[in-house]
Design a binder for this molecule. Structure first.
Ligand code: ARG
Length: 400
């Protein structure tokens, strides 16, 4: 076929991406496969993954740690946007894909590759996110998706790999499909495909069951500067460290589990289990700090922007003109979103119990019911006269 000579393959070390290596060479006529494993804090040891690619026939096997970029350029903007897809999912997988795409394009350009390959199937969102992101970053690069075409069952895929010296998975493979990074885990498939079936405790890896969480609440304080989390319990931390630590603390209290039916871009409804302790706490805390530091109209207008933003990210449009325009709006709103939020973690709940900011728009003099009250009560009368005028006119009219 000879569709491409030199290909950079997004590599995870799993069966599908490993089989992609001989498949690209034999069925697609590719001469050289360079694999790229991107370290997004998935917690796997990537050394063996690197060797596995070479054993499977790659000419070069790269591992690149992008955790810093992931947090600064993807997770933090998503927190500033309070980005929750369908009001719940904090987009851990969806945020990773544009960065993987970017790293793939950078490597392809550096090595003079004419194509990028990935192991996504044709049913998910991830193929869309990769293909659209790669196309936006370098429209000249070809995209190959062998697993979208090969039509092999799991057993056939393993058998194909074995023919080319790829060992079949040692452990009995889990019935679940997992995608993990620093921001969280997405768990699908197996018994979870029945939306009526409660997930077994075994699916969870980042959060404790309530029966094992501490019997005393734990209070934490998160400091924000211009909408970005910068400290935990008064200690300044870089983003990767802060999210890692907060995953541990909140997960220990059973905070961060989600069980939802979600609408994929490709039209399918799927049942998803997520664990995302740090992101969920950070978005709730951030939104609370906004309620203290933003005016009512900006807060309300931003809600609509947030929903559109979350859909764009979910639907693979991270690199798009609309997303860039929404980013500009969101950045402008974050200028004064600085301060500290106090959160109580207890038995699966993260409850905001305090917030403070040098930019606070909350005025005790105006809000108080005590003697310090400076609000002009008499002024309310004229305001209500004007506010209620259209309703009174309407009421008289319908009585005619
Ligand atoms: N449904 C989620 C999303 O689209 C999670 C996808 C997990 N990806 C995977 N390859 N298992 O963001």
């Amino acid at each position: 076929m000879g569709r491409a000579e030199k290909v950079v393959l997004a590599y995870s070390g799993g069966v599908d991406t490993s089989v992609c290596i001989p498949y690209l060479k034999n069925e697609f006529g590719v001469k050289e496969v360079i694999t790229l494993a991107v370290d997004l804090g998935q917690g796997d040891e990537l050394g063996p993954v690197q060797q596995k690619a070479l054993d499977s026939g790659a000419v070069e096997s790269l591992v690149i740690n992008v955790q810093d970029r992931f947090v600064k350029d993807y997770a933090f903007p998503a927190i500033q946007a309070n980005a929750l897809y369908e009001n719940r999912y904090p987009l851990a997988t969806a945020l990773a894909r544009p960065l993987i795409a970017k790293t793939l394009v950078e490597v392809a350009e550096k090595y003079g590759a004419d194509a990028i390959a990935h192991g996504c199937t044709g049913k998910g969102n991830d193929q869309v996110r990769f293909d659209v992101s790669i196309g936006a970053l370098n429209p000249k690069i070809k995209i190959l998706a062998p697993a979208r075409e090969w039509g092999m069952s799991r057993e056939e895929t393993i058998a194909y790999g074995e023919k080319f010296g790829i060992a079949s998975p040692v452990k009995k493979s889990s019935p679940y499909s997992l995608d993990r990074n620093l921001l969280g885990i997405a768990i699908e498939a197996g018994p979870l495909e029945d939306p009526w079936t409660e997930p077994l405790e075994e699916v969870y890896a980042m959060t404790k069951p309530i029966s094992e969480t501490p019997n005393e609440p734990e209070y934490i304080e998160i400091g924000f500067e211009t909408g970005v989390p910068v400290s935990l319990n008064g200690k300044a931390m870089d983003g990767v460290q802060l999210i890692g630590k907060l995953n541990e603390i909140a997960g220990n209290h059973g905070v961060g589990r989600l069980d939802m039916i979600e609408n994929r871009l490709v039209g399918i409804k799927s049942r998803e289990i997520y664990e995302s302790p740090a992101m969920i706490v950070l978005i709730h805390a951030h939104r609370d700090l906004e309620s203290l530091t933003l005016t009512a109209d900006v807060t309300r207008y931003k809600r609509g922007i947030e929903e559109t933003y979350s859909q764009l990210v979910y639907n693979g449009l991270w690199y798009s003109p609309l997303k860039a325009a929404l980013d500009a709006f969101i950045q402008q709103t974050q200028e004064r979103v600085s301060g500290v939020v106090r959160i109580k973690l207890f038995k699966g709940n993260a409850t905001i119990v305090g917030r403070k900011s040098a930019n606070s728009l909350y005025s005790l003099d105006l809000a108080t019911y005590g003697s310090e009250d400076v609000f002009d009560h008499k002024a309310a009368e004229g305001f209500i006269y004007v506010w209620g005028l259209p309703t009174r006119v309407w009421s008289e009219k319908i009585r005619d």
